[in-house]
Design a protein around this ligand. Structure first.
Ligand code: SAM
Length: 254
């Protein structure tokens, strides 16, 4: 069942169904980075469909490679869950209980109900959840949209139990990756709604592996593994760069 039936329209002022979720009248008032969340509101209707593409499918493949095989009895958070594809995967394939939280009411409205997955509309920078309430957190393609990624890392550290895991994915900032993407962004910008790489309007942070390791370490996380992955494909299947456009890090609360 889609949550659309359970969640009221944005602006209706009606409480969402989840008993733990505060009422959210407009996301603009409550999240750390309202413009980026509003942008994702507009993508919600087709987000799930994107996971059928190779580019999105790779997210799950890399999480499958890095996440522990068995998470039965563990509580995880999917921070910036979108429509909850990763949450449902963690629950169905690894046995975790998952809290999927996203600032975009529309993303949550397009999620589907699943066993052991609880959805919330909320801000990952300030969740209001208790200290040390999670064994693990996954945060895929979200930090780059925040005004302060460090503030999310601080919240994740607070939420994780000692030794808890954080699986985090961010854009690869290597020039050979970033430059072609930025070029396509600027060249197609005059096309308005038909422009490519439109997410660069809001995605403001990218990292080399060294920068990511430094940011995570300053945030109190020890990196165990890093994987570069993801391709951006131009028309006629031409890859925009040879290296992965994203970096996924498996880290542990130090
Ligand atoms: C690129 S999408 C990634 C969605 C999902 N993690 C995935 O990999 O499919 C980024 C998501 O982060 C959410 N987001 C951005 N800032 C947020 C915040 N401060 N609190 C909660 N969610 C946020 C957006 O609404 C959007 O759904």
């Amino acid at each position: 069942m889609s949550l659309k039936e359970l969640l009221p329209e944005v602006g209706s002022g009606v409480k969402p169904q989840s008993p733990q979720t505060d009422p959210v009248t407009t996301t603009d008032r409550m999240v750390h980075n309202p413009a980026a969340v509003s942008f994702h509101d507009t993508l919600a209707g087709t987000w799930e469909e994107e996971y059928k593409s190779e580019a999105f499918g790779q997210r799950l493949a890399v999480i499958a490679e890095l996440a522990p095989r068995k998470l039965h009895g563990q509580r995880w958070m999917d921070a910036g869950s979108g429509t909850g594809t990763i949450s449902r995967w963690l629950a169905a394939e690894r046995g975790a209980s998952v809290v999927a939280i996203d600032g975009s009411r529309n993303m949550i409205a397009h999620a589907t109900c699943a066993d052991r997955v609880e959805y919330r509309v909320g801000d990952i920078v300030s969740t209001g959840l208790p200290d040390e309430s999670f064994d693990g957190i996954v945060c895929s393609s979200v930090l780059e949209y925040l005004l302060s990624p460090e503030s999310a890392l601080k919240e994740f550290r607070r939420l994780l139990k000692p030794g808890g895991l954080l699986l985090v994915s961010v854009p690869n900032g290597a020039l050979s990756v970033r430059l072609p993407l930025k070029l396509i962004y600027w060249l197609t910008r005059p096309l308005g709604k038909r422009r490519r790489v439109a997410y660069l309007d809001h995605s403001k942070h990218s990292y080399s592996t060294t920068q990511l390791e430094g940011t995570l370490s300053r945030g109190g996380f020890a990196v165990e593994r890093m994987v570069k992955y993801g391709r951006f494909v131009l028309p006629f299947g031409i890859p925009a760069s040879r290296s992965g456009i994203l970096i996924m890090a498996l880290t542990r609360k130090a």
